[in-house]
Design a protein around this ligand. Structure first.
Ligand code: UDP
Length: 323
């Protein structure tokens, strides 16, 4: 694969989402013919504004649970609501998108011999008892909790992909994506980075759920996309692979970093901790380093600054007189 005289076609499901759209842009820049599929349940066509100007991008409204009508050499499966607010608003759709979507893609890949790069998640580790999380850890997940539709859906999708590789020799590659942030994040999906940025920009109080001592590790989107691209292009690779930034911060530290970037102090208020909210999360990326040389390079303050600038601009366009 790579740049050649004939453009190779790749498919991105969930193309209008935050990660899907960044991946589309990268694949176009690399010289691929890119087909984007999205049912627009949570995706936003505005995310594909740049891609839409390319003659090499083709968009289809469609659902990954339905049979695919597109031929592509590589399928990037990014179709699934990913923020807790969105994925819990229609749990059945979340679960079926993960599981039936994986089944459909695997059927397609087996018939057509294409490669699948599947977006799994650090949520497969649940509220982990091992820290940092290595790919060998089986996780600590509640099967009947508020997060189960997402966590168990993603776990079952991994099973589908892994079995396709084991039983049918399909080329399936699984990446476990840890918290990622950057330009184009939705303002209102309830995620911590977008909530804190919007609150700081508006001068509202920053909402810390629980004590704010829980931790996450935040990866800037370009670093993550680099890792996904390398996974897709590697001639041979052993997955699942964790992809994320191993620098761990508490939510209080994140709030301070956001205020530093916004050059503004706002009040911190505490709100109840959501059910089953993991206390700690940090990827062990040893395997990704060894296999694809994955090494995130954008520090948190720099990534937050770029995201803040993008939010300020989008909020100005969305509501020019509100600020
Ligand atoms: N969180 C918070 N304030 C908010 C939104 C989220 O303190 O306004 C916390 C949330 O409880 C969790 C962490 O931030 O511990 C990350 O939440 P997010 O929804 O971004 O991602 P996930 O929990 O799926 O990692």
């Amino acid at each position: 694969m790579g740049l050649g005289s004939t453009r190779k076609t790749v498919l991105v499901t969930g193309a209008a989402g935050f990660l899907g759209s960044h991946l589309v842009d990268r694949l176009l820049a690399e010289g691929f013919e890119v087909v984007g599929l999205d049912n627009l349940m949570t995706g936003d066509l505005g995310n594909l504004a740049d891609a839409g100007r390319s003659p090499h991008f083709h968009f289809e409204i469609g659902d990954v649970r339905e049979p695919l009508r597109v031929y592509a050499e590589v399928i990037f499966n990014f179709a699934c609501p990913a923020s807790p607010v969105h994925y819990q608003s229609d749990p059945y759709a979340t679960l079926t998108t993960s599981v039936l979507g994986a089944v459909r893609l695997v059927e397609h890949a087996r018939l057509r011999g294409c490669r699948i790069v599947h977006a799994s998640t650090s949520e497969v580790y649940g509220d982990p008892h091992e820290h940092p999380q290595q790919e060998t850890y089986w996780g600590h997940v509640n099967p009947i909790g508020d997060r189960s539709c997402y966590d168990e859906g993603k776990r079952a999708a991994e099973t589908v992909l892994r079995d396709a590789a084991r039983v049918h020799n399909a080329d399936t590659r699984i990446v476990r994506i840890f918290n990622t942030y950057g330009p184009r994040m939705s303002f209102n999906d309830g995620r911590v980075v977008s909530n804190f940025l919007v609150q700081a920009i508006r001068g509202d109080a920053i909402t810390l759920y629980g004590s704010g001592e829980q931790s996450r590790s935040f990866c800037y989107v370009n670093d993550l996309i680099e890792g996904i691209f390398r996974v897709a292009m590697a001639p041979q690779i052993e997955t699942p692979l964790n992809l994320g930034n191993p620098v761990e911060v508490t939510m209080i530290e994140l709030a301070r970093a956001v205020m530093q970037v916004a050059k503004r102090d706002v009040t911190l208020v505490h709100r109840p901790l959501p059910n089953d909210d993991p206390r700690r999360r940090c990827p062990d990326i040893t395997r990704a380093k060894a296999q694809i040389g994955f090494e995130p390079s954008v520090p948190l303050l720099e990534g937050l600054q770029r995201t803040y600038d993008n939010f300020v601009e989008r909020m100005r366009v969305a509501s020019p007189v509100a600020r």
